[in-house]
Ligand binder design. Sequence first.
Ligand code: NAD
Length: 321
Amino acid sequence: MATHKATKLGVIGAGGVGSATAYAATLRGAADEIVIYDIAGERAEAEGLDIAHGTMFASEAKVSGGGDIEILRNCDMVVVTAGARQQSGQSRLDLVDANVRIFEAMLPKVIEVAPSAILMIVTNPCDVLAVVAQKITGLPTERCFASGTVLDSSRLRWLIANKAKVSIKSVHANVVGEHGDSEFPVWSAANIGMVPLDEWTGEDGNKLFTEDVKKEIANDAMRAAYKVIEGKGSTNYAIGISAIRIVEAVLGGEDAVLNLSTQIRGKYGIEGEAAVSLPSIVNRAGVVRVLDVPMNEEEIEKLRKSAGEIQKTLESVGYGD
Ligand code: NAD
């Protein structure tokens, strides 16, 4: 009989994103033990308790939080959400300096207590910070990546599903590139139940996803976070559950294909060390393979532009090479 090895998930940051991530992990039973670490120790302890008090109605995970980094000892996976949050009108790249400093101080201690953990960066700009984190920790690139455009792809599918009036689960469409302003959907491969999106017709029999409609949807998917931030100050629930979908794929050893952000050196003619999102196979070893997605020339050009933006930011914070 196979025996279950207990899994331990660490979440760094007990703010809006970290607590939503830990809560989603508990609801979905993503790990046997869930710990939340924050320099604001009381906050982390309180979030841990609040989530733990509901475990009777969720998975019976052991949940706790605190301000001592020891709480992360021997985690199998650590999701990093600590950092400065995006203010209204501020781009994700504006956050970079503050968050690089936080990572330099924090990550060496994390790796000391959890040396075999898989590290996933959610803190923005997550593509840049995944590379920074990999360099600070010296982890192999497959074990240090960012949540990338998993969330953006879910937003895109939600928009397409609403327009076509079909279940979101029947929409196959992906956002790739930067988790940020230069991201883009790979329309050439998008489909609903095997019908290419370009062929999909509305109730009147006319093509629904015209160039103008696709442009609007791509823009809405990219701007989705800005709209939520305007209304409630930050985003947290959708990123929390997206992060946990990735955790499940890792800790469950799923070999799932998700749009994670890793260094893709050499693919599509992209040199340098930028991490960008592309559909990738993820399992207990981390991101084990980035898929060679067929893209048209225009899409490849956009991907290169996205990688160029990330590379520029990496260089501006001294992590370019
Ligand atoms: P928040 O301000 O609510 O929480 C951040 C937490 O980090 C705070 O509790 C703070 O005490 C903690 N922190 C700061 N420095 C720390 C350190 N050195 N060690 C431990 N903890 C530390 O912010 P939030 O709304 O939870 O957002 C967190 C991050 O997630 C931001 O960078 C935001 O842009 C990002 N985010 C990413 C995505 C994505 O898709 N990648 C989506 C939403 C938000």
